[in-house]
Design a protein around this ligand. Structure first.
Ligand code: ASP
Ligand code: MG
Length: 406
């Protein structure tokens, strides 16, 4: 008998028929003798709709009332799921995040889980019931309702699996698992049998969003092995776990494209100690997330100066430019330019720790394709290049062909 935590995302509970299908899947696990804890999201589109209604009331609703409102999305789904099970004669009980013992800090709209005391969950399981927990929500020590940030039901499921020491954690979604590339761009992309936490995080930060990144970090920290799979079929999904020696035999696990980046260049920045701090400190104070940074060798002669480029999320570009323009005198650069017409291609794999030559091969592939590289950055398990937006998709296809095959 196994204890299984199953999480169903918004599309998996999008309609009452889909919720009935969830109940049927749960019933199949029960008939094998397993115990099941179900974590559900709001029905697809509901959270966005609630946010829209709040905006009709006022521009900036308080975060406390927003959490109060958004938590109702998941609360609707837990009750309907319990009813679907009851209709099949299966004992089940729904629990809000608070009832499930999920305690968070008080940061409304992006609360962090402090601890989980799942006494009610255990009690219902002991009575032979399926337990359905509302994802995305918790409560503070003082009893306030909080939410865990968009996509936070993933975190609820992973954290619940850790707290219950579940034997299995399954994340049901509308894709079959994690792919070697986005199948809409790369038709040869194939589903991975397994992927490491670090690879999944790097692919997510490069644009391949399957799960909330915080939940993958949490799973890594607490060693929760989980499976990403589809609620629309019975295909096995992708197992996400710590990397093993075995996994390093595959040099490149996947490739991805991030179209949400923009490039900023500061020309002729005086080259002396403290200059990078004078640029990036104000950006960080303004909560602008900087990704890749490239600094040129300084031009020698007269006063030494250098060009410095970096990338930010497109949505942060206007803010970044405003912050740096305000600091022009203090930083002492000559000119600032930006380019939104770029994208970031990344090649990811834990095998890069023990294999060399990946960068050289990527540059060769891009050179043969006539693609100009604007920026390069590497980590232990990732190589990223910034290229012109128009080159992105064909470069991704060629990189996938060269490294993954198909
Ligand atoms: N309903 C929330 C959202 O749409 C949480 C989730 O779906 O995981 O972000
Ligand atoms: Mg979701």
């Amino acid at each position: 008998m196994a204890l299984i935590v199953q999480k169903y995302g918004g599309t998996s509970v999008a309609t009452t028929d889909r919720i009935k299908a969830v109940a049927q899947r749960v019933a199949r696990y029960l008939s094998q003798g397993d115990q099941v804890v179900v974590v559900v999201s709001a029905m697809s589109g509901v959270t966005d709709r609630l946010i829209g209604m709040a905006k009709e009331m006022m521009d900036l609703p308080t975060e406390r009332e927003m959490d109060m409102l958004l938590a109702t999305g998941e609360q609707t789904t837990i009750a309907l799921t319990a009813m679907a099970l009851h209709a099949m004669g299966i004992p089940a009980a729904s629990l809000t995040g608070a009832q499930a013992g999920i305690t968070t800090d008080g940061v409304h709209s992006k609360a962090k889980i402090r601890n989980i005391t799942p006494a009610q969950v255990r009690a219902h399981l002991d009575e032979g019931k399926v337990v359905i927990v509302a994802g995305f929500q918790g409560r503070t020590n003082e009893g306030q309702i909080t939410t865990l940030g968009r996509g936070g039901s993933d975190l609820t499921a992973i954290a619940m699996a850790a707290a219950l020491e579940a034997d299995l954690c399954q994340i049901y979604t509308d894709v079959d698992g994690v792919y070697t590339a986005d199948p809409r761009v790369v038709p040869e992309a194939r589903k991975l049998e397994e992927i490491s936490y670090d690879e999944m995080l790097e692919l997510a930060s490069s644009g391949a969003k399957v799960m909330q990144s915080r939940s993958v970090e949490f799973a890594k920290k607490f060693g929760v092995i989980f499976e990403v799979r589809s609620s629309l079929n019975d295909n096995p999904g992708t197992i996400v776990k710590e990397s093993s020696a075995d996994m390093e035999n595959v040099v490149v696990r996947g490739v991805s494209l991030d179209k949400n980046q923009a490039k900023v260049t500061l020309e002729n920045v005086p080259d002396h100690p403290g200059i990078a701090a004078s640029i990036f400190k104000p950006l960080s104070d303004a909560s602008v997330n900087v990704d890749m940074i490239v600094q040129n060798v300084s031009h020698d002669g007269g006063q030494r100066s250098t060009d410095l480029s970096f990338t930010v999320e497109k949505t942060d570009l206007a803010k970044a430019l405003k912050v740096l323009e305000a600091q022009k005198e203090r930083i002492g650069y000559q000119q600032i330019t930006s380019d939104e017409n770029i994208c970031k291609l990344s090649v990811v794999g834990v095998g890069m720790r023990s294999h060399s030559g990946v960068a050289a091969k990527l540059f060769e592939v891009l050179s043969e394709a006539g693609v100009n590289i604007l920026m390069i950055s590497t980590s232990e398990i990732k190589i990223s290049v910034v290229v012109q937006a128009g080159d992105g998709e064909s470069a991704l296809q060629k990189a996938h062909h060269a490294f993954v095959g198909g």
